[in-house]
Design a binder for this molecule. Structure first.
Ligand code: KIV
Ligand code: NA
Length: 273
């Protein structure tokens, strides 16, 4: 099989073939994603997508570790990156290292992702110097939703300079790639040209060095809301609804279970099954 993807492999793809990334939170989905993608992100979006939380703020380190272990078991080729949840890294570089080390030791994943630009540059430098590969995340950083006052497009007008400085800072600090979330397309193009590391877009630009989406959005499984930047490639949520309704109707009509699902029941012809 193809050899495992490493953080330096991803860093080396600046300006090259697009880096294909998706999230995963479970072993079976991770297996499918691994067959087609370069990076599998265990995103803290798991809180909203699988746990019904109103934002990513309630996600804990223990939740991330449990999902990362499940994903890791399903992946043989792709680079597995684990989101550090809100409150697990912002306090100090030492706190960030302690929790990143726990993630890497307990999950066997090779990299972490943290949100923040200029404010997190010192922490990124600290982690990278101690053997923790870091993917950065700037623009709309969902853990700061309360500070932004909503999931608002970032980098419009005067604000572009701030997002550009954030991307430059994480690149200078040694991040191996940076996610650009929900920023204007011209700004994403500019950042992709200006910074040395690959940019991974989500609501950014096709010119980014790679793209990422939430797998449940791609599959049409997460239906609470649908950001403009999501493209649905399947409607598994609607399919699941149809399947569950059919099962319920079968049970109510005693159509299920049928003969082929039974043990030692007399067959309709009187012969044993
Ligand atoms: O948590 C997540 O899923 C993410 C990506 C969508 C970038 O951070
Ligand atoms: Na995230």
């Amino acid at each position: 099989r193809r050899k495992p993807v490493t953080p330096p492999d991803i860093a080396g793809r600046k300006g090259g073939e697009p880096i294909v990334c998706l999230t995963a939170y479970t072993t079976p989905v991770a297996r499918m994603v691994d067959d087609h993608c370069d990076v599998v992100l265990v995103g803290d979006s798991v809180g909203m997508v699988l746990h019904g939380l109103p934002s990513t703020l309630g996600v804990t380190l223990d939740m991330m570790i449990m999902h990362a272990q499940a994903v890791r078991r399903g992946v043989r080729h792709a680079l597995v990156v684990v989101d550090m949840p809100f409150g697990s890294y912002e306090e100090s570089p030492a706190q960030a290292f302690r929790n990143a080390a726990r993630i890497m030791a307990e999950t066997d994943c090779a990299a972490v992702k943290i949100e923040g630009g200029v404010a997190m540059a010192e922490t990124i430098r600290f982690l990278v110097a101690r053997g923790v590969p870091v993917m950065a995340h700037v623009g709309l950083t969902p853990q700061a939703v309360n500070a932004f006052g909503g999931y608002v497009v970032q980098g419009r007008g005067e604000d572009a300079g701030r997002v550009l400085a954030d991307a430059q800072a994480v690149s200078d600090a040694g991040a191996f790639a940076v996610v650009l979330e929900k920023i204007t397309a011209p700004l994403a193009d500019r950042i992709t040209c200006d910074v040395a590391i690959p940019t991974i877009g989500i609501g950014a630009s096709p010119a980014c060095d790679g793209q990422i989406l939430v797998v449940d959005d791609v599959l049409g499984l997460f239906q609470d809301f649908r950001p403009r930047f999501v493209k649905r490639y399947a409607e598994l949520g609607a399919d699941a609804d149809t399947a569950i309704a059919a099962y319920a109707a079968d049970v109510r009509a005693r159509r299920f279970p049928a003969a082929e699902h039974l043990f030692d029941a007399p067959s309709p012809t009187g012969e044993p099954a």
